[in-house]
Design a protein around this ligand. Structure first.
Ligand SMILES: [Zn+2]
Length: 124
């Protein structure tokens, strides 16, 4: 049985995008806890919390910082720092290649994103 979204979506996109999550990529996300189909713009307004079961969905560091801190009052700390392969380590892959792959897939230089927000209202 198909729903209205299946009927309007081209079959190539439908078959490719459903392989991983069972939900068409784009505007919808499936709650990993209750399985509800969530409209992404509404989910973002709800700060990435499922309105059906109150599950807090996983978010990236920058999204979390966007939610916590005003954009005009935050400054990224040490944005230019990145790891380097001091030991020239290698296991099944070279560490240098692992770093390069991780940087390309995440768009981040390092695993940690740190910001200061002097007027955020937090006590630290
Ligand atoms: Zn849910």
């Amino acid at each position: 049985m198909s729903n209205w979204l299946d009927k309007i979506m081209p079959s190539k996109i439908r078959s490719e995008s459903k392989q991983r999550t069972g939900v068409p990529e784009g505007l919808w996300k499936k709650c990993p806890k209750c399985g509800a189909f969530l409209y992404k713009p509404e989910l973002e307004k709800n700060l990435d919390v499922c309105p059906k079961c109150n599950h807090h969905l996983r978010v990236h560091a920058r999204r979390r910082l966007d939610v916590f801190l005003d954009p005009e009052d935050r400054h990224e700390i040490a944005a230019d720092l990145e790891p380097w392969d001091r030991l020239k380590f290698k296991d099944s892959k070279r560490y240098k290649d692992r770093l390069s792959h991780a940087q390309k897939t995440t768009g981040e230089k390092d695993a940690l994103v740190a910001m200061k927000a002097p007027h955020s209202g937090f006590p630290w």
